[in-house]
Design a protein around this ligand. Structure first.
Ligand code: FE2
Ligand code: FE2
Length: 144
């Protein structure tokens, strides 16, 4: 996998898969399973957000000169995701299925729209702007 688009899109799908497993375990009332599935999901999601915030977005901003555009919106949405992740983690501790599933619904809608914007706009623009350096930047993103 040499381009950013391909790697990061695949990571979105993996996060979706892990999230669906956590949600299914909560719906089934298996709290222990739900907690371990949620931890796996949250760990990968937070890592993904760091790959973007610490490496990809600064590179995008430096190459394009666009600092108040898509990356600013993406950072704001990441903050909303982190709040929802904290709330869902608390709902797991409280064993409150309604609270968890309500936040899960909000998270899913937010993330679907967010991921679509990255996959259709930000990642392709990044691959293009970074040109021959995209492999190096992707390597740094994977090292986090
Ligand atoms: Fe993102
Ligand atoms: Fe992303």
């Amino acid at each position: 996998m040499s381009d950013i688009s391909e790697f990061m899109t695949a990571e979105h799908r993996e996060c979706d898969r892990l999230f669906a497993e956590a949600e299914a375990a909560v719906a089934a009332g298996d709290w222990e399973e739900a907690t371990s599935r949620f931890d796996a999901f949250a760990d990968l999601t937070l890592l993904h957000l760091r790959r973007e915030e610490e490496i990809l977005f600064p590179e995008f901003e430096a190459r394009t000169g666009i600092t108040e555009g898509p990356t600013a919106v993406m950072r704001m949405e990441h903050d909303q995701m982190r709040i929802l992740l904290d709330q869902m983690r608390q709902a797991l501790v409280d064993r409150d299925a309604d609270a968890f599933l309500g936040d899960a619904e909000t998270f899913m809608i937010l993330t679907q729209q967010h991921d679509m914007k990255e996959e259709q706009v930000l990642y392709p623009m990044s691959d293009q702007a970074l040109s021959v350096d995209r492999g190096t930047v992707l390597g740094r993103m994977k090292e986090i």
